[in-house]
Design a protein around this ligand. Structure first.
Ligand code: FE
Length: 524
């Protein structure tokens, strides 16, 4: 039997109309809007365990990796197209990091579900070779594309970017370290033989490589203003993330920047030159959650929203694998950490822009180290954790001052001491905390006014022995004047050990404020 393949005219018309509608429909489904969730952390600073963070809650414990791991799992389960990015500074905080040179932190991060992380300045706190040794233990990708072995084209960590696929979208993630932050905040002895190169130049290069083969480009970067080390101080988000705003202006092509270093949370994401910028308030107190809608026809992000989820210990179950890991490490270090040193009558607290009783303790310990020392100074940023009243353990001292810095004695002209205090007053990196033999007045972001040494006004032509952590005397935080000293003695003794010698023969220690630092016309 023959089948007549010719259709009547009206059926033919119907068929064409149907095909056209299918074509239109297929066009519509092609132009899809896809949701992507970028979970983000930065500056975790080894806070493996929950604790009271009084600026968030006086009574509810905050943070901890076991809670964070659970929260990440929950968020990943309810947001299928997700990525977790960390923007560096996982090392240095509680003593568990110092005593394991970061190993406890990296091994614990292996249970966080991180998809990409960049390297921060504190990963170098025990030297670049240790940094390499530790990050090799990570089971998640760590990215950096602008740290090189000096004078070569060899990246220190040869993994500048990666490409992930989510919801059918190709997502390029680049990792960089700000050049300024690298030289500003790392003890140069720890980075001898390696160099940071201009982040803008390398970002442009990697964008060029990634743009043709990806839909979205994300930058994980560690840069900008160094993290605030007290809860008192700046809350101006745009000022703290200015370097990221500028980077986005100067280098177009990045869709999202996940940044670290400033310890500055972005309740609302910032937008600069079309680039979305996010960060969290650091020390594992919160998880950032950026959601973006990507239009596949326009080939761009058409809307976004950011949220900072506070990690409340009483709202989250501990992740069992993570708990096992951090408990193991805690036991490893407890023998050293639990040794009692002294009993403190009050809480020891830090401050960034004014005198702190913890700054006084550490500066006094350095001053007492050698009878030749006239005064001791200490950078506010070196102090990382308050100490509760009562028994102070070795672990508490290490958590308060987690860096392996040594006591350095320098002989300086009075005029050089003035330059040093003027730099402190400039507030680029927080003021100098001083020992009992020193006193100074200053205007923030301006200069020092009066400086007294052993109760007498400083004389420009007199010479003084000024002691400080080697980080500072080597030019850290911009204190380059120490490098012009008349004499320079690195005692090789750790600051934490100096503090232990200072305290161990006391029955009790009374933390005190003595008006050593006078703030005039304060804007902080
Ligand atoms: Fe940092």
């Amino acid at each position: 039997m023959r089948v007549n393949k010719c259709l009547p005219k009206n059926r033919m018309f119907k068929k064409i109309t149907e095909s056209f509608l299918i074509f239109l429909f297929s066009l519509q489904t092609f132009a899809e809007v896809k949701e992507l969730t970028i979970l983000h952390t930065n500056d975790l600073h080894a806070h493996l365990f929950p604790r009271i963070a009084p600026w968030i809650s006086e009574s509810r414990k905050i943070g901890g990796f076991a809670n964070l791991a659970t929260l990440v799992k929950q968020q990943k389960a309810s947001n299928p197209n997700n990525i977790l990015i960390d923007a560096g500074d996982y090392f240095s905080g509680p003593y568990i990091s110092t005593l394991t040179k970061g190993e406890a932190v990296i091994k614990s991060m292996n249970f966080l579900g991180i998809d990409a992380a960049c390297i921060g300045n504190h990963e170098f706190d025990h030297g670049w070779d240790n940094m390499l040794e530790q990050i090799k233990k990570a089971n998640f990708p760590i990215l950096n594309g602008n740290l090189f072995f000096e004078g070569t084209d060899d990246l220190v960590w040869d993994n500048p970017y990666l490409i992930l696929e989510r919801a059918g979208l190709k997502i390029g993630i680049i990792g960089l370290h700000g050049k300024f932050a690298f030289y500003d905040t790392i003890n140069f002895k720890m980075t001898e033989g390696i160099e940071a190169r201009d982040e803008e130049e390398y970002l442009r290069q990697y964008i060029k490589e990634l743009e043709p083969i990806t839909d979205i480009i994300i930058l994980a970067v560690h840069q900008g203003m160094p993290g605030r080390q007290s809860t008192i101080g700046l809350t101006d988000v745009e000022r703290n993330l200015y370097k990221d705003i500028l980077l986005a202006q100067n280098v177009p092509g990045v869709d999202i920047i996940v940044t670290g270093h400033a310890h500055q949370g972005t309740e609302k994401a910032l937008v600069s030159n079309g680039t979305i910028i996010v960060s969290t308030n650091a020390t594992a107190t919160e998880l950032g959650k950026l959601q973006v809608m990507f239009d596949t026809e326009k080939k761009k992000i058409v809307s976004h929203s950011n949220e900072l989820i506070t990690i409340y210990d009483d709202e989250l179950e501990d992740d069992a694998d993570m708990l096992r890991e951090i408990t193991f490490w805690q036991k490893e270090v407890d023998q050293v950490a639990k040794v009692p040193i002294v009993s403190a009558t009050k809480k020891l607290v830090r401050a960034y822009g004014k005198e702190s009783n913890m700054g006084n303790l550490f500066a006094d310990a350095i001053e007492a180290f050698d009878p030749r020392i006239d005064i001791a100074v200490i950078n506010s940023g070196a102090l990382r954790q308050d100490i509760k009243p009562g028994i102070v353990t070795k672990g508490d001292l290490i958590s308060a001052f987690p860096f392996p810095n040594t006591v350095v004695m320098t002989k300086l002209k009075g005029s050089q001491v003035v330059k040093i205090f003027n730099h402190a007053a400039g507030m680029t990196n927080g003021i100098l905390q001083v020992s009992k033999n020193a006193k100074y007045s200053f205007s923030p972001r301006n200069k020092a006014h009066e400086i007294w040494i052993k109760g007498k006004p400083l004389k420009n032509d007199d010479e003084y022995w000024v002691a400080a952590p080697n980080f500072v005397t080597q030019g850290g935080d911009g204190y380059w004047e120490f490098q012009n000293s008349i004499e320079y003695i690195d005692t090789g003794v750790l600051i934490v050990d100096a503090a232990e010698y200072f305290l161990q023969d006391m029955e009790v220690y009374e933390p005190k404020y003595e008006g050593r630092v006078l703030v005039i016309d304060s804007e902080i």
